[in-house]
Design a protein around this ligand. Sequence first.
Ligand code: MG
Length: 258
Amino acid sequence: MRTIKAQNIIKTVNLLLTSLLVLMAYADLFGQQRKPEETEVWEPVPPVVTPGVGNQPPSDAIVLFDGKNLDAWESVNGGGPAPWMVMDGYVMVKPGSGAIQTKASFGSCQLHLEWKTPIDTAGKHSQERGNSGVFLQSRYEVQVLDNFRNRTYSNGQAASIYKQAIPQVNACLPPGDWQTFDIFYNAPQFDSAGKLIKPAYVTVVQNGILVENHFEIKGNTMYIGNPEYKAHGDLPLQLQDHGNFMAFRNIWVRNIQD
Ligand code: MG
């Protein structure tokens, strides 16, 4: 009897010890558990930017065209005043006068603009219809074109990175409707010897629809031949004169971090 009792006592003590060890292990685990505060980062504090109401620019935007004048722009041909026609709240390409560019230079940026293609499409097909373009850093063209029921080569249609990237979808509205581009652009980086160390990337949203998603730009936009990078720093934004009565309005830009 005594032996059995002794064995029971030993069993009980063992059980108690095991339970204690398990409890201690849990306690240790809890003791080591990280606190949520450890992964909170409080600096730096993002600056406050007030979003625009409706289609108005945000508070930190550099307004390039607000419908009133082309003071922020100049002619690419000769650098004089921008020769395009300021109408009631918008600017229209003056065909044959050449491209216009911003007086200021930009690197990585967020660019908003609105454009409208001519309603008179008679006899115009493919690249002849409502052609213009946004040249990021004067070199990399996001195509502006009327591709509403107008076929052209896919890597040259609206929102293509001209002859480099086909847009994921055709988000064009009919001629005469205002359309939006929101472009998110990371400028390329070059070393001191002019060698490319980081290509440019671009994301394009047309009329609220993602059309280019972080596309790696291959180099300068070329009409003939393959794109190639040539080292550069900050450069103006350009709008193309391709001989069509294209309208633009509400153009603003924000400098962004890569
Ligand atoms: Mg073009």
